[in-house]
Design a protein around this ligand. Structure first.
Ligand SMILES: C[S@@+](CC[C@H](N)C(=O)[O-])C[C@H]1O[C@@H](n2cnc3c(N)ncnc32)[C@H](O)[C@@H]1O
Length: 299
């Protein structure tokens, strides 16, 4: 794939974009088109900032750089590995996170709520926050940076995911305020939180079987949930009230399982949120609403 004559950065991005376009890949792990994916791959591998100026765009690639890029491009096309895993970096809420196959690639629309500091869902800055099913830690870490006084717990059942979350906590120098806890949902958690954020697994086995090959590189523990995707979200709904302060709020993503969840709980007062940057299937419920729904959720 490499050219005998040295390519400039601009030429390289165009070529990679064309090759991606021709390969009929799936986009959805950080970008949604071949051009953005080419920029993400090339700039990250070369260590060039995304706001590169004209002079940087005319920079000629070395043979080593071209060879490295071509190796990664081949893996993207032939093995369908998402770029985030190839470059071991993903962006979420404007922040960089280390990612690899231990965790799902960050892409939750929740990032938009963090940028808005959850207004108008919260009446005051949350003191104690839980990011349940944290994976890379992206949601909890970005929220910790948005609320500088908050203590944040990152919980996940996977020790592999948590080892990476710990690296991200250190990367953002948050060890003093952010704790990493191995827990099967709420089993090892204590006390009451002002805010529980959660992007749990919510994909059924039949949906997993139909996903594009890119998803097969992600940990199945991050995707699969029994009962047509609803088993884990329902378990969280049953337990969350016991871990929220009186004025606490639960914000949870269930993606395209939102219709199945609404059908299963037609009387639940879900507040389904809307997003300017796209995405759906995220609701908010107050602690009081969850307490009032205990009988309904026991079913
Ligand atoms: C959809 S991923 C979300 C990762 C991250 N929060 C994000 O948005 O990118 C779900 C995560 O839930 C974790 N998980 C699965 N079952 C769990 C359980 N019973 N208790 C806690 N975490 C669980 C998985 O290990 C995975 O990291």
């Amino acid at each position: 794939m490499s050219n005998s004559k040295a390519e400039t950065l601009a030429q390289c991005v165009s070529r990679v974009s064309e090759q991606l376009e021709a390969a009929d890949l799936f986009y959805g792990h950080g970008t949604d088109n071949p051009w953005d994916e080419a920029v993400y791959l090339v700039f990250t591998v070369l260590g060039v900032p995304f706001d590169a100026d004209e002079a940087q765009m005319s920079h000629e690639l070395s043979t080593t750089q071209s060879k490295r890029l071509d190796e990664l491009l081949t893996r993207r096309i032939e093995e369908r590995v998402p770029v985030a895993y190839l470059v071991q970096e993903a962006w979420f809420a404007g922040l960089p996170f280390k990612v690899d196959e231990r965790v799902l690639i960050p892409r939750s629309p929740l990032a938009e709520l963090i940028a808005q500091r959850f207004e108008p869902l919260l009446t005051e800055a949350p003191q104690r926050i839980l990011d349940l099913c944290t994976g890379s830690g992206c949601i909890g870490i970005a929220t910790a940076l948005a609320f500088e006084q908050a203590q944040v717990d990152l919980a996940d059942i996977s020790s592999h995911a948590l080892s990476l979350a710990r690296e991200n906590v250190e990367r953002h120098a948050l060890q003093a305020r952010v704790q990493v806890i191995e827990s099967d949902l709420f089993a090892s958690l204590q006390g009451a939180y002002s805010l529980i954020l959660c992007n749990p697994p919510y994909v059924s086995q039949s949906e997993i079987d139909d996903l594009p090959p890119e998803y097969a590189h992600e940990p199945v523990l991050g995707l699969y949930s029994d009962e047509e995707g609803l088993a884990i979200p329902l378990q969280i709904l049953r337990q969350a009230a016991d871990y929220l302060r009186e004025d606490g709020v639960l914000i949870m993503e269930v993606g395209y399982s939102h219709e199945a969840l609404s059908e299963r709980l037609p009387d639940m007062p879900f507040l389904w949120l809307e997003f300017d940057n796209g995405g759906e299937g995220i609701f908010a419920l107050t602690a009081q609403q969850l307490r009032d729904a205990k009988a309904m959720l026991a079913l």
